[in-house]
Design a protein around this ligand. Structure first.
Ligand SMILES: *Cc1c(COP(=O)(O)O)cnc(C)c1O
Length: 377
């Protein structure tokens, strides 16, 4: 018998209300019934994104919405400043390179957060930069970026600010409009608590204006088609109807809790996870940790791949390992989306047992105790 706990930073587990909404008989997408659900979803997404701008919905994984931003805003040879320092910052870079955009990287040690002053220095020096690509929560390292400060800088330039908030939205504070974010991108399988398959992009006035002169090739992701279809309460292409129906339900849950409370819940879970980990004598990997997940340095003498497999195979706890050069060096425990106090207790308890199985000295219950003290305060 297996009882699996999905504590990975995407996909995340899905609430039963959402699962049952998704399993209803399929409806046609060019109908009044679907149009109403879809419009409600578009409105509720604005609430979660904290924006008055239109949020476009794509049938794609999160990367699709990132690509949509590049191809709709830029032209070949345009310059984009890209904050790297992790797998997802590198994804922005990869998309730019694929389309012949001149990518100016801000290279960082993985685990470091970008200094907004560095972004400012680049923009001051090079007035031709048309886009600044950033990541709210760099899921590969667990780092949180100071998007608010970066927004204050970019808003005074002709450049647009693009934020990958795929894992950050609904977990970390993200104020699209107040922070002057032109395009906030997200995906379905993380904080929004539905399965993979939908991607989102909010589009500011400034971005809309820039998109008018973009000449990069585009078809599936051509924003103007999505705006046109929105007038008919539709998308240009067949949407993932069941996911949209599920999302309507998930957004209802988020509205009932209140977005501030959703963010506060994640802050509490993250604080508890960090306290638990530190009480076990472990160190956090990120210099500035985001509240969506806790990335932990695997202690000296322990093989991180074995640790992840122990959690997985012996205790049925799914966590993520390190990516690229961090493979075996860190493990990442998410507390993202449909996550509550008990998830933290389960995660830390299994971590303690797995570490002990591998010969790490653990005083059983010490991590859990520290986590409980935070959760119960
Ligand atoms: C999960 C994630 C993505 C995702 O991409 P998919 O295309 O949905 O696999 C992008 N950026 C960040 C920061 C993520 O956490």
């Amino acid at each position: 018998m297996q009882k699996i706990f999905l504590l990975t930073p995407g996909p995340t587990s899905v609430p039963p209300e959402v699962l049952s909404a998704q399993s209803k008989p399929i409806i046609h997408h060019r109908t009044v019934e679907y149009g109403e659900i879809f419009m409600q979803v578009c409105e509720d997404l604005k609430y979660v994104f904290r924006t008055n701008n239109t949020v476009l919905v794509f049938t794609a994984s999160g990367t699709g919405a990132m690509e949509s931003a590049i191809v709709n805003l830029l032209s070949a040879g345009d310059k984009a400043l890209v904050v790297k320092g992790g797998k997802f910052g590198e994804r922005w870079a990869g998309i730019c390179e694929a389309y012949g955009v001149k990518m100016i990287p801000i290279d960082m040690e993985w685990g470091d957060a970008v200094d907004p002053a560095t972004v400012k220095a680049h923009l001051d020096k090079d007035k031709d930069i048309k886009a600044v690509c950033t990541t709210l929560c760099e899921t590969s390292t667990g780092v949180l970026a100071d998007i608010k400060s970066i927004g204050e800088i970019v808003k005074n330039t002709p450049a647009v600010l693009l934020v990958d908030a795929i894992s950050g939205l609904g977990a970390c504070e993200m104020q699209t409009d107040n922070w002057h974010v032109d395009v906030c991108v997200s995906g379905s399988q993380k904080g929004l608590m539905i399965p993979p398959g939908l991607a989102f992009a909010s589009v500011s006035e400034k971005a809309l204006k820039m998109s008018e002169s973009s000449t990069l090739p585009k078809y599936y992701y051509r924003w103007s088609d999505y705006f046109k279809s929105l007038g008919k309460k539709q998308t240009p292409w067949t949407p993932a109807v069941s996911l949209v129906v599920g999302l309507a339900e998930a957004l209802k849950l988020m509205k009932a809790e209140g977005i501030e409370n959703v963010i506060a819940r994640h802050a509490k879970l993250a604080e508890a996870a960090r306290a638990g980990v530190k009480a076990l004598g472990l160190e956090l990997f990120p210099k500035v940790p985001a509240d969506a997940l806790t990335a932990i340095k695997v202690p000296e003498g322990i093989d991180g791949v074995k640790l992840k497999n122990m959690l997985d195979h012996k205790y049925d706890i799914k966590v993520a390992g390190g990516q690229a050069h961090l493979k075996g060096k860190i493990i990442r425990i998410a507390h993202l989306g449909y996550a509550n106090y008990t998830d933290i207790v389960v995660g830390i308890a299994a971590l303690e047992m797995s570490l002990a199985d591998l010969g790490y000295k653990v005083e059983m219950g010490k991590g859990v105790k520290a986590a409980l003290e935070v959760l119960h305060s």
